[in-house]
Ligand binder design. Structure first.
Ligand code: SF4
Length: 289
């Protein structure tokens, strides 16, 4: 299975789990379900292939440019939609690709640089900072889309935080799906980012059997607000081959969201969005019903 999509388990992340039904176990441990073909599978679930002007670059909007800094992650979420990662094969851009992608971004005319992956915090601080510095001042706003503060909070070092602070405006978009992920080390890592003045937002994915209940999501969003993290998006799951067990239908997801809406204040309620396979970019699920 690891030959199809890497497996990496972290003691710090999984150590607090006491049962196989724990959300951290369900999302991190590989399952035979991943080997099953499903009629709903989509090879390019969010339509990135047709929107990639050169390797490691995705361009869906004029004002934004997305760079994949690496395919590596600290932990591989079994529901992930980017599953084209074969360990040891092209996990990182070559030196020429790195130069080309940064040159493209700098001259793209975009206002926002989105650093993604893989996990952009799986690269060194020096490489991360070099990527940001390479596009400034032409691209003023940087967004760091990372799950590291949740899965590997030790990555949020004082040196990383200080380097990001010096490069403000840098927005940090983290990715927590369930309140049990908000352990003490995670809370401390999020506080380090917020205390440094970095805007921190959260994106969750709605996952069958993991967080598909309004009460669980409400608990997560309320906890995030207390941590000064804005619950920005609730993503409808993308239909990548191998993740069918985590998927649920639009009507089912919408019913959960309607219930969630009744439980939360405006600052705690995420937008429920879907990233369709046509590559047009995220839109509210309400538009698709
Ligand atoms: S950290 Fe993000 S990119 Fe990496 S496996 Fe998880 S969801 Fe996918």
């Amino acid at each position: 299975m690891a030959a199809l999509f890497p497996v990496r388990l972290l003691r710090g992340y999984l150590g607090g789990a006491s049962s196989p039904a724990d959300p951290r176990v369900l999302t991190a441990m590989p399952s035979n379900d991943e080997l099953r073909d499903d009629p709903g599978d989509v090879a390019d679930p969010v339509g990135e292939q047709g929107r990639s002007p050169l390797p490691w670059v995705v361009r869906k909007h004029d004002d934004r440019v997305l760079l994949l800094l690496t395919k590596r992650c600290h932990l591989y979420c079994r529901y992930c939609f980017r599953r084209d990662h074969v360990p040891g094969e092209g996990e990182d851009p070559t030196a020429a690709e790195w130069g080309d992608m940064l040159h493209y971004a700098k001259h793209s005319g975009a206002r926002e640089l989105i650093l993604s992956g893989g996990d952009p915090l799986a690269v060194t601080d020096a490489r991360l900072f070099a990527a940001i510095d390479a596009v400034r001042p032409e691209v003023p706003v940087v967004r760091l889309h990372t799950r590291a503060p949740i899965t590997f909070p030790q990555r949020v070092t004082s040196a990383l935080v200080a380097g990001l602070r010096r490069r403000a405006p840098v927005w940090v978009l983290v990715h927590a799906n369930h309140p049990v992920e908000l352990s003490s080390p995670v809370r401390e890592a999020l506080a380090r980012l917020v205390d440094a003045g970095l805007p921190v937002l959260n994106q969750s994915v709605l996952l069958r059997g993991v967080n598909d209940s309004a009460s669980t999501l409400a608990e997560l969003c309320e906890a995030l607000v207390e941590l000064r993290v804005f619950p920005y998006y609730l993503h409808h799951p993308d239909a990548a081959p191998g993740n069918a067990a985590f998927r649920l239908g639009l009507a089912e997801g919408w019913a959960i969201y309607e219930e969630l809406r009744g439980k939360l204040s405006g600052i705690a309620l995420p937008q429920y969005v879907i990233d369709p396979p046509d590559g047009s970019g995220k839109r509210p699920v309400s538009d698709m019903l």
